[in-house]
Design a protein around this ligand. Sequence first.
Ligand code: NI
Length: 259
Amino acid sequence: MNFVDTHCHLNDEKFAEDLIEVVGRAENSGVRRIINFGDTLKSSAAVVELAAKFANMFAGVGIHPEEISGFDKNSTDKIIELAAQKKVVAIGEIGLDYYWEKDSDTRLMQQKIFIEQLDIARQLNLPVCIHEREAHGDALKILKTEAKGLRGVMHCYSGSLEMAREIWKLGWLIGVDGPLTFKNSAKLPEVVKAAPSEMILLETDAPYLAPVPNRGKRNEPCFIVDVAKKIAEIRGETLETVAQYTTENAERLYNIKEG
Ligand code: NI
């Protein structure tokens, strides 16, 4: 079986002790390629470094909406510089987070910096990985206007089926993570069931959001198989089929075809 973990953070200090073992377990479970995403300038530089060190790793660079304080022209230049490095395949994770941010001025600032980074993606012809939490309306509005012509994924999708249909219409994918396996997962199973097979990406978001039966523990790429199994169960498909189309989707969006 061949999986791609299209979104994780193996630069996180939680992997400092045993990264080699984590990568080994991923490979043994069929997770042949991993894309790590930055959320600050520092972590973006760290994921680029990881991609240089490990043959099966790629990187996405960008500033997360909760990390925008101090963002300036210099930050934009640094992201462009990092994005030009080898094996950087995306701009992300960028977006809007209204769950943690309640202040309306700071929310406007999030939108402005999100849009600036979308422009970087357009300039460099890279796909985009979007973090969006409780900002469904504004995120969709920006997708339809400022992100026109760009490709990408709504990472760790948490919206409604109705919104997902609009996202698919725009040609964007949804990322499916551990929460699909949670008992209280309400809308996501319905979204996964209705999704065209070419519109789903598999992700872990490790070290966060470990799927059942490891919920609450540190997440890692090999647990992606538990998310894939749940997708197979919901859609009435085999695990092989899910592995195949999600891997093809990852290769197509992030341009990471195996040599
Ligand atoms: Ni993430």
